[in-house]
Design a protein around this ligand. Structure first.
Ligand code: SAH
Ligand code: SF4
Length: 375
């Protein structure tokens, strides 16, 4: 006798509305089932077809046989005294990914920092994820799964007046534009009213500057865009962000202008500038920064460098960051400084957080998470 293996079930978690409609049509059901099931999954955080009471018993049974709602497994959940919450989730091959929910001081925003890859291939010199190297792309289910995990443990996304997650920033591990095929469906779900219903201004993709993919993103979606610039001259940026050798500052900022034109509303680009002691924190650097972004509608966010072992860089003093901010101000730019929060649960910006051993104990996975200032 030959052993038979059960057919693989389709995971519905990462499917966009169009994909889910196609799935229901493929099993002889009406398209509108997609919206019904999406609401169960994303509004209610449901992973059990048997509780989906507006579906017939026959359909529920059929779904149990052929499909599943499989989110990432939560292996750690923690809260910080300042209200920051963190989840470490295990994704398919036993890797760990970290997601952080940061409440705004006024209590109005709860911003989730989401990862797109395990590790990163771009090797920015000041980034702990980059030092870890690239391991793999997350699937769309693993990406939206981070929003799903955080939302369901905080409340119901059905209640639009009190959404558990009000903003999402793709600023966790990885370069989202190098995992476009999985990031795009996940972002579509963030925006879809049957899922998380966030406005496009409240969903931000951060990139170190993969120029052709910025153009593609502008054709497909008009979410908010953040650019990790960190330097106003190519020589220094080549050192900090090696991708700059391929797409230099001018090429990158031109792509930002094209992106804004496609958005067609009064949008601005967020320019992220990690301030590193003695590297990019002097007055000439502020001048260079102001000069290169002169014609770009943008807001600058200053992120004090968060040190990690063997980074070779140092954290700037608070005074130096404030001085840098003042120089920018004199040059016409208001540049908020991102506060470091969630320290007591290792959720602060760019730190070596989530020191979780992987299953095979090969090495520790170091995960970076960051603070954000998106409205
Ligand atoms: N790969 C994307 C998104 C993830 S990195 C990007 O580079 O934009 C998210 C942000 O954290 C980037 O602006 C990055 O430059 C910043 N960052 C990385 N390591 C940091 C560190 N050690 N201290 C402060 N900011 C850091
Ligand atoms: Fe990758 Fe962003 Fe880190 Fe650069 S800063 S190595 S692009 S995650």
């Amino acid at each position: 006798m030959t052993a038979t293996t059960a057919p693989e079930r389709t995971n519905l978690l990462g499917m966009t509305r169009e994909q889910l409609e196609a799935f229901f049509v493929s099993i002889g059901e009406k398209k509108f089932r997609a919206a019904q099931v999406m609401k169960w999954i994303h509004h209610e955080g449901c992973d059990d077809f048997s509780t989906m009471t507006n579906l017939s018993k026959a359909l529920r049974a059929r779904l149990e046989e052929t499909a599943e709602i499989r989110g990432p497994k939560v292996v750690y959940e923690g809260s910080s005294s300042d209200g920051t919450r963190k989840w470490v989730v295990e994704v398919e091959d036993g890797s760990y990914v970290e997601t952080v929910l940061i409440p705004a001081d006024d209590g109005k925003r709860r911003t989730l920092c989401v990862s797109s890859q395990v590790g990163c291939s771009l090797d920015c010199s000041f980034c702990s994820t980059g030092k870890q190297g690239f391991q793999r792309n997350l699937t769309s289910a693993e990406i939206i799964g981070q929003v799903w995990v955080a939302s369901r443990s905080v409340g119901s996304s059905r209640d639009t007046a009190h959404r558990p997650v009000t903003n999402v920033v793709m600023m966790g591990m990885g370069e989202p534009l190098l995992n476009y095929d999985n990031v795009l469906p996940a972002m579509k779900l963030m925006l879809d009213d049957n899922a998380y219903g966030l406005s496009k201004r409240r969903v931000t993709l951060s990139t170190s500057g993969v120029v052709p993919m910025i153009d593609r993103l502008g054709d497909d979606l008009d979410v908010s865009l953040a650019i990790s610039l960190h330097a106003g001259n190519d020589e220094l940026r080549n050192e900090l962000v090696p991708l700059n050798r391929k797409y230099n500052i001018r090429t990158l900022l031109d792509a930002c202008q094209r992106y804004l034109q496609k958005c067609g509303d009064a949008r601005v680009i967020t320019i992220e500038y990690t301030v590193i002691a003695g590297v990019n924190d002097q007055q000439e650097h502020a001048r260079q920064l102001a000069e290169v972004v002169r014609d770009l509608p943008c807001k600058i966010n200053l992120i004090p460098f968060n040190p990690f072992p063997h980074s070779g860089y140092e954290k700037p003093s608070r005074n130096q960051v404030v001085r840098f901010q003042k120089w920018l101000h004199e040059l016409g730019h208001t540049a908020p400084i991102r506060s470091t929060r969630g320290d007591d649960i290792d959720a602060a910006c760019g730190q070596l957080v989530g020191r979780v051993k992987d299953r095979t104990k090969r090495h520790e996975r170091y995960i970076q998470s960051i603070q954000i200032d998106a409205d």
